[in-house]
Design a protein around this ligand. Structure first.
Ligand code: ZN
Length: 203
């Protein structure tokens, strides 16, 4: 399976990082080795002093497809979740400066937190899902899928032009404002509406 990540999909996060609003979604991949195993802590890698949390809504692909029209995209997923796209911001800044790919800063082991899955039927409107990230009991990021620049079905249409989507592939749909550094012993909890989707400790 592969993990397809979307960058800069919320205007407030674009402002935060002083990026320009892109004409197309920013897309990058993480390998399956990036998945943080269930019940394991997240270890800050030794090549970074500035690892940030990015809380994101996740979509799990349930049907093989390529060139999927956004009108039919809803047929290609049944479950959503919440996760974290851990980012070594210091390393990413260096790579960006040189115009190099982001993988070392974004796709390292443990950088993809994947929460529990919920059926999309449990949600009344996929384009109006609110979510939060708590750090040590305080809310640090809040978002709502209604604020996405590209909605989930549009993202599926876009990424499937480039990559055949296969069963089990996961799309990270981008982070809202509030990204920030994590340090050892931080406890992170992710919620969709009021339902806890994951809980992890930083080491
Ligand atoms: Zn992200």
């Amino acid at each position: 399976m592969k993990i397809i990540c979307i960058g800069r999909n919320y205007t407030d996060h674009i402002k935060e990082l002083e990026n320009e609003k892109p004409a197309d979604p920013v897309v990058f991949l993480k390998p399956d080795t990036a998945i943080l195993l269930k019940k394991q802590p997240f270890f800050i890698p030794d090549f970074s002093n500035d690892v940030h949390h990015e809380v994101e809504v996740l979509v799990k692909i349930a049907k093989v497809g390529k060139y999927i029209d956004k009108k039919f995209a809803h047929k290609y997923y049944n479950e959503i979740s919440l996760g974290i796209d851990f980012t070594a911001r210091d390393l990413q800044a260096k790579l960006k400066e040189k115009g190099l790919p982001w993988e070392k800063a974004k796709a390292f082991d443990g950088s993809a937190v994947i929460g529990n899955w919920m059926l999309k039927e449990e949600i009344s409107d996929i384009n109006n899902v609110s979510f939060t990230l708590e750090k040590n009991g305080n809310v640090v990021q809040t978002g709502n899928t209604s604020h996405m620049l590209w909605k989930i079905d549009e993202l599926i249409e876009y990424v499937s032009k480039y990559f055949t989507l296969k069963i089990g592939d996961i799309i990270f749909t981008g982070t809202p404002a509030g990204v920030g550094r994590v340090i050892a012993e931080d406890k992170l909890g992710g919620f969709i509406e009021n339902k806890q989707m994951f809980s992890i400790t930083v080491k």
